[in-house]
Design a protein around this ligand. Sequence first.
Ligand code: SF4
Ligand code: SF4
Ligand code: SF4
Length: 274
Amino acid sequence: MSIKKYIVPLIMLIVFETVAITLWLTLGNIFYLFNFSYIGISVSLGIFLFIKKYKYARRITQLLVGLYMLVYLGIISNENMQIEGFWYYLFTGVFEAATIHYSVAKIFGPLIFGRGWCGYACWTAMVLDFLPYKTLQQPRKKIGWIRYITFAASFAFVAALFLAHVGNIERIMFWAFIIGNILYYAIGIILAFAFKDNRAFCKYICPITVFLKPMSYFSLFRIKCDKSKCVSCGKCKRVCPMDVDMTDNSRKRKNGTECILCFECAKACPKKAL
Ligand code: SF4
Ligand code: SF4
Ligand code: SF4
């Protein structure tokens, strides 16, 4: 077995273990060791299975991480891991749970692994990816500005709770997580059927993309095209769920910050150019 072939899952495991051990030792809480080790193993397993050409590799990681976050962290441990939870911890000045999650997965992590979160971990997309419209069947809509409204609304909601000195905000945050998720799923499913696009919610509504898009612009890991092999057959673009022009290697490529690193384009390329 060639180790070189498995260098990417190994690097991923090392990165997550480094975060796990650093947070465990600096914050003195063994939960972080368990949490980031579990996520690191799930992500590395997915990449390992992908290298082994297992068809559902990405989906396995997505379910392992997504269900863990939604059910264990969100519902059982009462941690609001949505964007409202991030604002909440930011306002209280506590560097834990949602603040750490956002820093790693959605703000600084994307500098390394782009929007890997969206392809391998998000519990909203985990459900949307079961729907029938895996690729765009209509031209992309020009309504991406809605994300800024949902982003501002999430901030205003939490700010209003603090300004009004509402009591028991922790309990409100728990219910905000439950109701917010039900709303996200409902809107995501309705949009997917209306636009015949499973990832319509990600493209137009999701407030987290306000962080994810600019940070993933600088991503270390990105799909690149070997122009000497490419025969411009267009098969890659036909399978992309996010309408990315992956044959253009520039960072300014069309929808470049939408790439979720699903590798469907690479799998479809007959010339192994991606
Ligand atoms: S865009 Fe939002 S909803 Fe879609 S996968 Fe990313 S974080 Fe999840
Ligand atoms: S198909 Fe390729 S370019 Fe499109 S989202 Fe997946 S990895 Fe990115
Ligand atoms: S599928 Fe491969 S060969 Fe065809 S256009 Fe895409 S990168 Fe080029």
